[in-house]
Ligand binder design. Structure first.
Ligand code: ZN
Ligand code: ZN
Length: 259
């Protein structure tokens, strides 16, 4: 008797549990589990980025459309002026007493340095008060005021990812899948093809039944495929742009002989 009650209670529970596990596994297999996040491992990010694919992604990216879309600021507007964040990242502020063989006054404000002044030494070896060179780079140009060496850093590499972020937002895991997929499709219309191909591979009558049982719609498979591919492209572009930026920063850091 006890055994029957036990069976009557636990067998249905076990069956429901097994069913839920199967649903979870199948949904994961289709890319739609409940704990699905966009921060999935991006296979392309291991090792060197694939440059050919990168060029392809960039050419597929509809920059003109993005530039004209509402609310997106023109990132090239102040390209001639090095941003302060960039300046401080490349040439960090130091105290005057830490420097050797530095001139004894700041050519911008004409004042003599004291030992505790916050100063900035550019790669050309010229030294200025941090506040003075900040003013100079913001209001004049990304050139040394003394020797005119250019510290201009082209910003167009950054602007691609900036535009993407301006349109889609810097975080991708907050929006709903369908909404995200649509915004990616505006940038990469060709992803529809990938999504249709993936959907095609789950179109047999077996998969149709399984999908029904697991509450997976055609739309969710399409959305997830689009988001996955787009996210991978985004990461690839980001990684290559970061490498390029670091390369440019290093070029600016390199000392040139002062004339
Ligand atoms: Zn000064
Ligand atoms: Zn200089």
């Amino acid at each position: 008797m006890n055994g029957r009650i036990f069976a009557a209670i636990f067998v249905p529970i076990a069956l429901v549990a097994v069913f839920l596990i199967i649903v979870f596994v199948v949904r994961s297999r289709l890319g739609i589990s409940d704990d699905y996040h966009l921060d999935v491992a991006v296979e392309q990010l291991d090792g060197e980025p694939n440059l050919e694919e990168y060029e392809n992604c960039v050419s597929l990216l509809q920059m003109d459309k993005l530039k004209n879309s509402n609310g997106v600021r023109d990132c090239d507007a102040k390209a001639q002026v090095l941003s302060l964040n960039e300046l401080h990242a490349i040439f960090p502020t130091r105290q005057y007493q830490e420097l050797e063989n530095a001139s004894d006054s700041c050519v911008i404000c004409q004042e003599k340095f004291n030992r505790w002044n916050n100063v900035c030494q550019l790669a050309c070896s010229h030294v200025f008060h941090t506040r003075c060179i900040d003013h100079w780079t913001c209001e004049n140009s990304a050139c040394c005021p003394l020797c005119r060496r250019s510290y201009f850093m082209p910003q167009d590499h950054q602007s691609k990812t900036k535009y993407i972020q301006a349109v889609l937002g810097p975080t991708y895991s907050q929006l709903s899948s369908a909404k995200k997929a649509n915004s990616w499709l505006e940038l990469y219309p060709d992803l529809t093809r990938d999504a249709e191909a993936r959907l095609g591979s789950f179109n047999s009558s077996f998969w149709k039944i399984v999908r029904k049982l697991c509450f997976v719609s055609d739309e969710s498979i399409t959305s997830v495929t689009i988001i996955n591919s787009a996210h991978r492209r985004y990461n690839l572009i980001n990684k290559v742009e970061n490498i390029k930026l670091e390369h440019m920063r290093n070029e600016l850091r390199q000392a040139q002989p002062t004339i």
